[in-house]
Design a binder for this molecule. Sequence first.
Ligand code: PLP
Length: 413
Amino acid sequence: MSTQTPEHKLQVESGKDQSRIWLSSPHMGENEQTYVTQAFSSNWIAPLGPHVNGFEEDLAAYTGVKHAAALSSGTAALHLGLILMDAGPGDIVLCQSLTFSASANPIIYQGATPVFIDSESDTWNMDPVALEEAIVSILNTPIQTKSGLSSRIKAIVPVHLYGMPAKMNEIKSISEKYGIPILEDAAEALGSTYQGKACGSLGDLGVLSFNGNKIITTSGGGALISDDKKKIEKARFYATQSRDPAPHYQHSHLGFNYRMSNVLAGIGRGQMEVLPERVAQRRSNFNRYKQYFDKWQTPGGLSNLHFGFQNEPEGSFSNRWLTCITVEPELNNGLSREIIRLALESENIEARPLWKPMHLQPYFKEYAYFGNRTSEQLFENGLCLPSGSNLTPLDFKRIFENLDNIISGFSSR
Ligand SMILES: *Cc1c(COP(=O)(O)O)cnc(C)c1O
């Protein structure tokens, strides 16, 4: 049997004897295995068990909410959140366009109609101005849904992209003004805070993800968090096939198999112990990159190139899950994000364009979009750089040497 991994194959093909530098790879601490071993030795291999309860308590304590339900994925948490907000056919959900498709897919699972909202250029998240425009427009002029024309808006789904908190005060006051609840997609933002409060705790319901590339991981998993005890209990009920309390199998509601297993929750408990450290490591990555790119754009520096970053507004604290830059060719003698991405890739270093906005996705193109195309520009010029918490000084040396080679060719024309 071949022991070649896809990465190894790539190295051999490119003639490079260098290991791949990933965008964001799992990073275990010391105690994850201990917790998993405990699950094995006590035979709690089931979905449910003491680690699930412990992990839920850890999550609630860390984010400052009263209740958390550990689930099989962030997508499952979004889906249950929409069910709890009663979004179904004939209902509209307002969703940030610049995001991963998992923010929007559950709207379709429910047969509801997504309407996509543009980003603002500061945090790259939901633009409160476009959000209110969308609400006013839909209330005045009903839009086509699966059950005919409708103005019924059931939820607002803002995202804290790459860990950067969205402008939640503005979004919350719009939510209150029109009486539309917020399902907060904090899948990328565990460890981020907004005016002293944890991301995920700011909306009516909050969503976390522990997928393999997130700031902490259970290999796959998610959580729904809230102060609303009834809602979280209901989420747990739906997530365990909606089994009514009866000796036989009795169901009075549609069920889902969305609970997290006790084994994976064990990994989660170990990861929670190192979360503050992971946040510090990711923020330190950002500072390194910021310093690096500043040397190309300071008046006394190497040249007058221009690289943009996500701003961290006063009162916001980002976990800097991924460090991303924008590179406008017009400001940089033709240097584009794609030139940088391909040059890094040829050196076995992974970088990726920003999320492609949902309103540009073939699958979602029939749905309405409100905004002034900021997210399209961000997609066109944005690049996510390697940002794992396990990057070494040697990895950074390699990244910066390669960036030097690429960028210097554009700096003095
Ligand atoms: C990862 C992610 C999700 C989905 O989480 P899964 O655990 O992978 O299902 C949802 N929204 C955003 C913005 C994400 O980055």
